[in-house]
Design a protein around this ligand. Structure first.
Ligand code: SF4
Length: 422
């Protein structure tokens, strides 16, 4: 969602004749679009601001703006501790950025603009960072209030974008050459319930899949409690809906799931993954796991590890619990020392890496359609299989970027594959 917001900001700035400057020390305007999911993101913001203060001292005309979730959450602190910041804006008032910049340039006074209500998503106004793939938000905000999560406080209640707006914008993007669309929402599975004419996520997904010329559809994120049988059926029937579901488990212990306010049990989650694998051919399932949630004991951790071994996720994004002030779990008692959390975290990562490696090794010798997305860190081309596994290609023809090509897998690593064009 933040990436899409950054694309919106970039679009608005270009309309004002600003151009991207790769060297931040030479910029006339710096916008930091913040995340708030983990404490580390907040600390990173403070680090950046410390550095940018020096730039402002050298160039008093430099404008420094802070937006996004941390700005929404900590506006008073940012204004008080970093008085050189010119503009602070929240998650719901990105479209006011041009008028805020103009006002700041005219009045020479700092501005704080945090709207608690409002909805300004114009799906036409964003800078496409790729010519062949794009995000499209289908809903903003979240009503779930998982006890550890700051998102409902900074993004607000869930608001769904009307289906005709989504469809019209995807059709427009496909006409410009977009091959892959990722539908994004904090919980895509509850899409459409708040609309005047309610519609389910599986219904909108099916309608998106019928757009001619759209080769690949992805979506994220799915809350397990809302993932329906209809959705599984639609994915299994439509060739352009990619066989990948990101399904955050968070914990394998029923006690911890209850404390997290997740509204499912380990047994229900297990049945859901079995159903997905039975119905959707070659579907990859990835997940998020939190280690060291307040109240977690070693036996709860081993329940999680047991789920990892039973379900054999394709990949897992694992985190040590990060306390977010203002959330319910920030007040929970946390008895597990950080050293124990770190040791359990490493144990879990090792188990998951072994599973990911085995899954990737099983792909050696197989052929897949790959959408090439750009250059990888080792100067090779990088792309994704249908099931979202990353693949690197030793091939230096940049003309292939943005194309769907056939690839044979020759080697496997835990986090990616290596292949050759066939
Ligand atoms: S579903 Fe839970 S974890 Fe996801 S954004 Fe909403 S509150 Fe946060």
């Amino acid at each position: 969602m933040n990436e899409f917001d950054s694309e919106r900001i970039e679009f608005l700035l270009e309309e004002m004749d600003y151009r991207k400057e790769d060297d931040v020390s030479k910029a006339d305007l710096i916008i930091i679009n913040t995340c708030a999911v983990r404490e580390k993101a907040k600390n990173k913001l403070y680090g950046h601001l410390g550095r940018y203060k020096g730039y402002k001292e050298k160039n008093p005309d430099l404008l420094i703006c802070v937006g996004g979730c941390t700005a929404q959450n900590l506006k008073e602190k940012i204004i008080k501790d970093f008085p050189f910041v010119d503009i602070v804006f929240g998650t719901h008032n990105i479209s006011s950025i041009p008028s805020m910049i103009q006002k700041r340039l005219n009045d020479n006074k700092s501005i704080c603009s945090i709207l608690d209500e409002g909805f300004d998503y114009d799906l036409k106004k964003f800078k496409k960072n790729y010519s062949f793939k794009s995000y499209i938000p289908i809903s903003i905000g979240c009503n779930n209030f998982c006890s550890y999560c700051i998102v409902p406080f900074v993004r607000g209640k869930e608001i769904s974008i009307r289906p005709e707006v989504i469809l019209e914008n995807i059709e427009r993007l496909v006409e410009t050459g977009i091959l892959e669309i990722t539908l994004v929402g904090q919980n895509v599975n509850s899409y459409g319930k708040d609309l005047d004419k309610p519609i389910t996520f599986s219904e909108i997904l099916e309608r998106v899949s019928e757009i001619s010329g759209l080769k690949r559809i992805r979506f994220m994120t799915s809350h397990p409690k809302d993932l329906s049988k209809e959705l599984i059926n639609v994915i299994s029937q439509k060739e352009n809906i990619m066989p990948h579901i990101h399904l955050p488990l968070q914990s394998g212990s029923n006690k911890i799931l209850k404390l997290m306010n997740r509204h499912y049990t380990r047994e229900a989650f297990l049945l859901l993954t079995e159903e997905i694998r039975k119905k959707i051919k070659k579907c990859s399932i990835t997940t998020d796991i939190i280690v060291g949630f307040p109240g977690e004991e070693e036996k709860d951790f081993y329940d999680t590890l047991d789920m990892i071994e039973k379900i054999r996720f394709d990949r897992a994004f694992t985190f040590i619990y990060s306390k977010r002030e203002g959330t319910k779990s920030a007040d929970f008692k946390d008895n597990m020392p950080l050293s124990v959390k770190k040791a359990l975290f490493t144990e879990l990562v090792n188990v998951q890496n072994k599973i990911s490696m085995e899954k990737n090794q099983s792909k050696i010798g197989c052929k897949y359609k790959v959408l090439l997305e750009g250059n990888g860190p080792r100067c090779e081309l990088e792309g994704r299989l249908e099931d979202n596994t990353l693949v690197n290609l030793k091939y230096d023809d940049d003309e292939l970027i943005g194309k769907l090509i056939d690839v044979e897998i020759t080697e496997a690593k835990s986090f990616y594959l290596i292949g050759k064009k066939v």
